[in-house]
Design a protein around this ligand. Structure first.
Ligand SMILES: Cc1cc2nc3c(=O)[nH]c(=O)nc-3n(C[C@H](O)[C@H](O)[C@H](O)COP(=O)(O)O)c2cc1C
Length: 206
């Protein structure tokens, strides 16, 4: 049987996916959700209150994780839902037709916690799930991890920091700080090492 490694997901890393769930009227709902890979067939997701996704997940034992990097589908799923033709029926649920891969996740544990982050204290539903069946639509699947994009953005700011002053310099420093936060949240050790080096270089300008 296929496991998460076969679709490029490594333990400890957080990937940006689109999760499809079933609404109470049996129509599909899609939303971008970060999925942390916990092993070969275990994942964990953190859901903020108020979304259709968290409500649907409380009503169902399963959900579908779609791996893709289609910008339009990400936008449609964030501000509403993709058109119904974008979905394909799959195991009493729906998947996104144009996914590179998708899999059914069976919920094994669900708990509510109060979490404190940069936006304040909020209720979060933490869901552990077991990966059931993986469907690959292409040989090479590339799950989205934000860390490499952060490294590239940070490098662009690094190469420009000596060219800017005043508000622009302040803005670049804030952006570097935010990129560092994201990389420490979603990246692997090589991303974190790379970011450390960038920060050292960046701080030479102080
Ligand atoms: C890249 C990306 C990742 C996201 N990850 C999460 C997440 O891990 N947990 C969460 O609750 N919301 C996350 N969101 C926000 C939801 O996708 C957003 O609130 C969405 O509108 C919910 O849609 P729904 O009401 O159809 O469930 C993310 C959004 C984006 C763009």
């Amino acid at each position: 049987m296929l496991n998460l490694k076969s679709i490029g997901m490594e333990p400890g890393l957080l990937y940006e996916t689109i999760i499809t769930t079933l609404n109470p009227d049996n129509t599909p709902n899609a939303a971008p959700i970060g999925v942390t890979c916990k092993g070969l067939d275990e994942i964990i997701i953190y859901l903020h209150q108020g979304s259709h996704t968290v409500k649907n997940i409380k009503n169902n034992d399963t959900f579908i994780v779609n791996i893709l990097n289609d910008p339009i589908l990400f936008v449609q799923s964030t501000i509403g839902n993709p058109p119904i033709e974008s979905f394909v029926e799959y195991r009493d649920n729906y998947a996104l037709k144009n996914s590179e891969a998708y899999f059914k996740a069976q919920i094994t544990k669900r708990r509510e916690v109060q979490r404190k982050d940069q936006f304040g204290v909020s209720k979060t539903t933490i869901v552990n799930a077991h990966v059931e069946e993986i469907i690959k639509n292409q040989d090479c699947v590339t799950p989205l991890n934000r860390a490499i994009y952060g490294i590239i953005e940070a490098l662009v700011y690094l190469t420009r920091i000596n060219m800017v002053t005043g508000d622009t310099e302040k803005l670049y420093k804030l952006r570097i700080k935010e990129i560092n936060r994201i990389i420490n949240k979603v990246g692997a050790s090589n991303h974190k090492d790379a970011m450390k080096t960038i920060l050292q270089e960046f701080n030479k300008n102080d």
